[in-house]
Design a protein around this ligand. Sequence first.
Ligand code: IMP
Length: 429
Amino acid sequence: MANVAVIGAQWGDEGKGKVVDWLASRADIVVRFQGGHNAGHTLVVGNETYKLSLLPSGLVRGKIGIIGNGVVVDPEALLSEIERVRGQGIDVTPASLRIAENATLILPMHPALDRAREVARGERRIGTTGRGIGPAYEDKAARRAIRVADLAEPQTLADKLDELLLHHNTLLQGLGATVFSKEAVLGLLTRLAPQILPFAEPVWERLDEARRAGRRILFEGAQAVMLDVDHGTYPFVTSSNTVGATAAAGAGIGPAAVGFVLGIAKAYSTRVGAGPFPTELPDATGQLLGDRGNEFGTVTGRRRRCGWFDAVLVRQAVKVGGINGLALTKLDVLDGLPELKICTGYRIRGAHYRHLPAAPGAQAAAEPEYEVVEGWTGSTRGARSWAQLPAQAVKYVRRIEELVEAPVTLLSTSPERDDTILMRDPFEG
Ligand code: IMP
């Protein structure tokens, strides 16, 4: 029996929430392994809508949720999210939620620095979520981060804060932002420690036990391959690795335990934040896709940029992300369009490419080469079997499979959890 990792195959917001929720109902444990509360998942269960940022989605289904070491945890954001979902009747206790003791914390200077730097970048801003994700991962790599386990050691906290504040206050001052006092941050951490520590443990041990007992583990990715710090459209990316392989390192388990990697892709493309987007449609069609697809960021509320399906990028995501099968979402947004376009290559400064090169200048210059596909009349919305889809819609999906070199193993046809066509059960490997 395989475990499953779910990752985004485009620039995020592909509808991972619904797919993860659907798979979570069939898993025993759900693990977040990278990112932080920059992610936003909307789960619709019956009449309730849950908006999750940091909590693993499985909690809503009564499963054990684990926040792995690869996640950057803002303790205040975590506690308020716990309060919010408790208010919706979900029981979040140390029995249902475990946090890696070696996970990095996001502290108040991280969002402050994130925002101050975005302001300083001006026109060249990345469009971050302003949640301090980048600065927290920088501190981790620089070996000055405060981690969950440090909350149990007052002296460690005090010593680490000296180094941390020296670094951050120097930067904040240079950027004209407010600096932080040691007393204030230490006071905050001392107050939060007893609320966070009951959730902390070496989660790798629990995962190892679960794996040996044949439990089903679902690894829940955040963001997406084109936002990966190595493989994405750098520097317009997030600060973690978002590929399937990260599930292992970010949870503390071997790569073989990750199992099936399910990539989520929309039937078109969207992106929030700045950066290259070769198939973007800054016209009425882009507007139409955005309106129909309700394309507003869960975390930022910003309108998402929209464009045609980019098979070049999704193929690249399939390869570097280790994607075994795709879940295609929001096909219904394309219902009734007379013709559709799929990007099959780029022209960059007169040359043909079948991948997006790494250099920013080349990425910005990429002109999509399109294949035009006939649209369909009739609706795909709510379809629950392949046979209910218009023939032309099936052709569109089949063409995507060929171009991205991965099978579509799951098709989502509305936000409703059960409006899903399953071609192959990822848990069966
Ligand atoms: P950061 O992760 O806040 O540093 O933001 C870096 C980039 O990733 C920005 O373009 C954000 O808009 C984007 N980003 C971060 N999290 C998400 C997400 O969950 N969905 C879509 N884009 C995201």
